[in-house]
Write a protein that binds this ligand. Sequence first.
Ligand code: ATP
Ligand SMILES: Nc1nc2c(ncn2[C@@H]2O[C@H](COP(=O)(O)O)[C@@H](O)[C@H]2O)c(=O)[nH]1
Length: 391
Amino acid sequence: MAEDKDIFVNDEQHKVLARGIDLDLSSCQTSTILGDKTYVVGGSDDKSSLSIQIFDNSNEKWIIPTVLGTKPSQCQAQSAVLVNKDRIFILLKDFKPDDCIWFLEVDTQYVREQKKILETEVVAWSKGAKGDRPMPVVISGPSGVGKGTLISELMKEFPSTFGFSVSHTTRAPRDNEKEGVHYHFTERQAMGKAIQEGKFLEYASVHGNLYGTSLEAVEVVADAGKRCILDIDVQGAKSIRAKSLEAIFIFICPPSFPELERRLRARGTETEEQVQKRLQNATKELEQGRSSGVFDHILTNEVLEDCYKSLKKHLGLDGGMDVACHTSPKIARLPLDKLISETSDKFLIHRGGSERGKASENSFVLDLSSLKGGAPGRTRGFNIYTVKNSL
Ligand SMILES: Nc1ncnc2c1ncn2[C@@H]1O[C@H](COP(=O)(O)OP(=O)(O)OP(=O)(O)O)[C@@H](O)[C@H]1O
Ligand SMILES: Nc1nc2c(ncn2[C@@H]2O[C@H](COP(=O)(O)O)[C@@H](O)[C@H]2O)c(=O)[nH]1
């Protein structure tokens, strides 16, 4: 008989006392066993985040692991259960469909790699997000070539299709730039710390400042059902390519070096010293962009309208449709006497007040059979169905 994997919100029965560990049920502490280790989540005095402790049953010692990834903002876990033998599925107490499903990775490839690098016990949070991620578009090219101009055109014409990945940077804002719109302007120390915590998909030192794409910046766009556009330098594009992230990589060239210089100066946003630095870097970037094999398409931005047309063609937008990628909710019909416990990788979630064994309008099936992704980004590829009683 298949393992009973039902999860019942407000059902205290699943919070068994694990091998003699006393759990604080009043603060919704949960425990999950994998091999010799018992992962205890929640129950700290610090109400701002869920605490994580590991009890090593082989030597009966407690371990405080290094916790990577973006943590849930809520601090009370309601239920926890091991899935895929490498991560703990955690349902948070307040049932908000967009923010209640989290995964604490304890033995995934990412966690194993980080354990080796950091030489310590590591766990990593990954937020559960519904739907698949539409393929991102990475746009690179030397400073002043017109990347930002082309991206603005795309966002203007296709506001429901595209969302811009707002990077972090340590450079100072220009007069027209707004925090959270053009960049997240940040201090070097804070950005360095966030990089150490695994919060960045890529980062690079560009023209003397640090720039980086946070995982959150990309996921926020995907969560809105939009296709993410990244405006990043060649080093950043290379590092994303190396991570095998599925994306379209486009490199923009100027028609000539003097024209690049003219555009950069005409923009009037840089000091003479900065212009010189950006032009020096442009020579190397142009070489790398053309020859690195990173880019799927290389476009020349001579006449803006022509280059924009060509960009749209490469992105399959010749038809001019502006469509967001939302998926419609599904409804599962289940016989009440079988429920979901006979099917592996599916979980039945009752909202507060429902009785065990009785599906109702308040019941949901969480289907984790095709999980994708994970820390340090979101975990995708699952579905939530409303359950209709078919008896
Ligand atoms: N095809 C074009 N012909 C003439 N001017 C252009 C063209 N494309 C863009 N520009 C102008 O060139 C300047 C630089 O463009 P933009 O700021 O978009 O460059 P960028 O590649 O995003 O630079 P950076 O990497 O520094 O952010 C802007 O003033 C823009 O209006
Ligand atoms: N590797 C990354 N490069 C980035 C990112 N965001 C922007 N950039 C690149 O920096 C230069 C300079 O930008 P500017 O706004 O100061 O003119 C430009 O080439 C951008 O493509 C990032 O997150 N990562």
